[in-house]
Design a protein around this ligand. Structure first.
Ligand SMILES: O=C(O)CCC(=O)C(=O)O
Length: 273
């Protein structure tokens, strides 16, 4: 396997204690210039190419976004980013763990001219098959993403709740969470303009959604999902079919109660783990 060494990707991101506190209190944070500017054009081209190469596996989620996954396994450029210590260092500090492993990477292409519909409110935890809450997603647009292109909104503090755990992303999860927000007067943090390379990080339990893309361009967003490197596979069988499918797909050969650490889940900060 070829590992690119790009100096900018090994450079630490300067994360303050107040940013770590903000993430831990709210369950989400927007950080500027996470992807070094010099690296964005090459990554954007690589992600678009890899998406085309994986086109047969593309899934369209309710016309909200189109995904392909684990580009890091087919593209050297994407791999250099997904395995970068810079991003993993942020994820580990926000989660408060010594290291993180890769769950998967994923594209979130939302088509322009209103074809890319709203992303319903949902909680990713419905899908994650792990015995830890220390799960986090870095989400980054690879072109500038104004508010009318559909960057994400979050419900601050919802990472402490499990109320929508039973619901996959759907109109039902959307309505359920909207009702919770209204009834419990929860704090919605509205979407903010993001420049290419700015990134949001959200917990797998944070309620999140995105608006329809009414601009002329496709929202080319890419995400990397990480979890605590010391996490284990639950002893109990998965409690829904999506967790079961994800367990089989992203942790091949892992055993209940054992480490969540297959060849598909490299630890990033201490790669010999
Ligand atoms: O890109 C979107 O609209 C949704 C992304 C999302 O749900 C996620 O990153 O967990």
């Amino acid at each position: 396997m070829v590992f690119h060494s790009r100096i900018a990707l090994a450079e630490d991101y300067d994360l303050s204690q107040s940013q770590i506190d903000e993430y831990q209190n709210n369950g989400h944070i927007l950080l500027r210039n996470v992807i070094p500017e010099s690296e964005i054009p090459e990554l954007r081209i690589a992600v678009l190419r890899a998406h085309e190469a994986l086109k047969a596996e593309e899934e369209d989620f309710q016309n909200a976004f189109r995904i392909t996954q684990n580009q890091w396994q087919i593209s050297d450029v994407v791999r250099a980013h997904v395995l970068s210590k810079r991003y993993a260092g942020i994820a580990a500090k926000l989660l408060g763990c010594r290291d993180v492993r890769i769950y998967h990477d994923i594209t979130f292409f939302k088509d322009g001219l209103g074809k890319g519909k709203r992303t319903p409110w949902h909680q990713d935890g419905h899908y994650w098959p792990l015995d830890t809450d220390k799960c986090i997603t870095l989400w980054v647009p690879l072109i500038d993403c104004p508010v009318d292109m559909g960057p994400m909104s979050f419900v601050s503090g919802s990472h402490l709740s499990r109320h929508a755990e039973h619901l996959p992303i759907s109109d039902e999860s959307d309505e359920y969470i909207r009702n919770l927000v209204e009834k419990e007067n929860l704090s919605v943090h509205p979407a903010q303009h993001m420049n290419a390379g700015d990134a949001t990080f959200h917990s797998c339990w944070t309620y999140h959604a995105a608006a329809c893309n009414t601009t002329e361009n496709t929202r080319i967003a890419f995400a990397i999902a990480y979890y605590d490197a010391d996490a284990t596979i639950p002893l109990q069988p998965p409690t829904n079919e999506r967790r079961a499918a994800n367990l089989a797909r992203w942790f091949p050969g892992a055993v209940p109660g054992g480490p969540a650490a297959t060849a598909m889940n490299p630890a990033i900060l201490s790669p010999c783990d």
